[in-house]
Ligand binder design. Structure first.
Ligand SMILES: [Fe+2]
Length: 421
C-alpha cells in the first residue's frame, strides 16, 4: 500500500541517536526504511501486541504510535528503543536495508537457548476482545522467543465458548489469515475453525495432543467447549522470510513481484496433504504412534507438511534421569518446546543445565545439540516443534498459498499491513 509509505526516509539525528538496550550508540544519520510504518505494524503483529498495549508497556504515546504505523507521524528514537527492548523484535528491521549492518542484531540467548518460566509468561498475560459486544476472546501470554530463531511461538487460552459443532461461526470471530504459516498443538477442549478459499466455514472439536497445520492466509480461529482450552503454536514466515528472499522482493513493485511469481511458480502435485480438509491439516492424537529413541519415547504429532521436509511436532516422554552422557537431540532445525507434564525435567546444552518446570517453554537455535533428562525417576513430558526454513523453497510456499488463499494471498506475501490477530 504505497499511500501508507513515507514520502522520504526519516533520519536518525546525531543528537537523538539510537541507544540500544546494551548502550550501543549508532552515530551519524541512519535512514529508516521507506516502509518503516508497515514494518512497525508487522512487528507488533508478530508479538501479538496492539498499539495501545505496546505503548503502555514502554510508556509511549498510543495516539502518536498509531500515527507512526499509519505513516502520518515520523518515527522517534523512543519507539526504536522500545522495539529493541522487545525481543524478538529488533531495531535493525526499521533501518533502510543498505544501512542495517550498522545496527547490530544482538543475540539475546544463552548460548543458543532461551527458557521462559510459567511464572514469567503469566506476567505477560493479556486478554483480547472480539465481536460487536467486545466479548473476551483470547488470553495471550509470551512464551520463550529469541532473535536468532525464525519461530514465533504462541501461548493462547481460548475464552469464547462454542459447541464445536456448528461451523457457522460469525465472521468477527475469525482472523483474516496471516502471512506466517502455523503449526498448533491442542491442550484441553479446543475447537479449531477455518475458512477455505471459497469462503466455506469448518470446525473440528480437538482434544489434548491433537495437532494441525495452517498455511499462510487461511483465516482461522479457536474457541473452547468447556473453558479449558489452550493452544501452543509456532508460526513463522518460513522460506518467504529468509533474508535472501526478502532482499529479492523488497525492492520490487507489486507488479514486478507478480511477474516474477508468474514466471517462477512451480506446478504442485495433484493432491497435497492440505487438500483433504480444504486447506489445512489436522491429526488426532489417537492416530499417532510412538517410537523408542534411547532416553526418550517420541510420538510424532504432525509431519508430512507440504514442502516443509524438516518440520514436525513431537511429544517427548523423558525416560532417563541424571546427567546425559551425550547431547542426544541434534537435528538441524530451530526448535521450540513446552513442558506439558506435571513434573520438572532438566535441559542440558553446551556446559549448561537448567530446569524446565511444568508450563515452562524453551527456544533452541539450529545446530545447538541438547539433551533432556528427568528428575527423581519421574517420567517427564514435553512437546516440541521444529522447522528449517533454509531447507525450503519460497516459490513452493507461494504455490501452496496460491492453492489455498488464491491470488489475494499471493499478493499479501509482498505487502502485508493489516492487524490480523
Ligand atoms: Fe494463527
Amino acid at each position: 500500500m504505497t499511500q501508507m509509505q513515507m514520502d522520504k526516509p526519516k533520519l536518525y539525528t546525531p543528537e537523538g541517536g539510537i541507544v540500544l538496550h546494551n548502550d550501543n550508540f549508532v552515530p551519524g544519520g541512519i535512514p529508516y526504511a521507506n516502509n518503516v510504518a508497515n514494518i512497525l505494524r508487522s512487528q507488533l503483529n508478530r508479538v501479538k501486541r496492539t498499539g495501545p498495549s505496546f505503548a503502555e508497556l514502554y510508556g509511549l504515546n498510543a495516539g502518536y504510535l498509531e500515527g507512526v504505523m499509519k505513516g502520518e507521524n515520523p518515527m522517534t528514537p523512543e519507539i526504536v528503543q522500545a522495539v529493541e527492548r522487545h525481543s524478538p523484535l529488533s531495531a535493525q528491521e526499521l533501518i533502510a536495508p543498505g544501512y542495517r549492518n550498522r545496527v547490530p542484531l544482538i543475540d539475546d540467548s544463552k548460548d543458543g537457548v532461551v527458557i521462559v518460566t510459567a511464572q514469567q509468561r503469566a506476567s505477560t498475560e493479556r486478554t483480547t476482545q472480539r465481536g460487536p459486544e467486545g466479548r473476551n476472546f483470547y488470553k495471550y501470554g509470551d512464551p520463550s522467543m529469541q532473535r536468532y530463531s525464525p519461530i514465533i511461538p504462541e501461548w493462547i487460552q481460548e475464552l469464547y465458548v462454542h459447541d464445536g459443532v456448528n461451523p457457522d461461526t460469525p465472521d468477527w470471530a475469525f482472523n483474516k489469515g496471516h502471512r506466517e504459516r502455523q503449526t498448533t498443538i491442542f491442550i484441553g477442549d479446543v475447537n479449531f475453525h477455518w475458512i477455505d478459499k471459497e469462503g466455506n466455514k469448518y470446525v473440528v472439536q480437538t482434544n489434548t495432543g491433537d495437532a494441525n497445520y495452517i498455511p499462510p492466509f487461511v483465516p482461522h480461529t479457536f474457541t473452547t467447549r468447556d473453558g479449558n482450552g489452550l493452544i501452543l503454536a509456532i508460526t513463522g514466515l518460513g522460506a518467504i522470510g529468509t533474508q535472501g528472499f526478502q532482499q529479492k522482493i523488497q525492492g520490487m513493485t507489486l507488479q514486478e513481484y507478480q511477474n516474477i511469481v508468474q514466471a517462477e511458480l512451480p506446478m504442485l502435485a495433484e493432491e497435497l496433504a492440505t487438500d483433504k480438509l480444504n486447506g489445512i491439516m489436522f491429526r488426532r492424537y489417537a492416530d499417532t504412534s510412538t517410537s523408542d529413541a534411547g532416553a526418550y519415547t517420541m510420538r510424532t504429532l504432525m509431519d508430512g507438511i507440504p514442502y516443509q521436509p524438516n518440520s514436525r511436532a513431537v511429544e517427548i516422554n523423558v525416560k532417563q534421569g541424571g546427567n546425559p552422557e551425550s547431547l542426544d537431540i541434534d537435528t538441524p532445525t530451530d526448535k521450540w518446546g513446552y513442558n506439558t507434564g506435571n513434573v520438572p525435567v532438566v535441559l542440558y546444552w553446551e556446559s549448561h543445565q537448567q530446569e524446565l518446570g511444568p508450563g515452562d517453554s524453551f527456544s533452541i537455535q539450529t545446530n545447538v545439540p541438547f539433551a533432556v533428562r528427568n528428575t527423581n525417576g519421574l517420567e517427564g513430558k514435553l512437546v516440541m516443534m521444529e522447522v528449517n526454513p533454509e531447507k525450503e523453497d519460497p516459490m513452493d510456499l507461494i504455490a501452496l498459498i496460491n492453492r489455498h488463499a488464491g491470488q489475494k494471498g499471493v499478493d499479501r506475501v509482498h505487502s502485508e499491513v493489516m492487524q490480523w490477530f
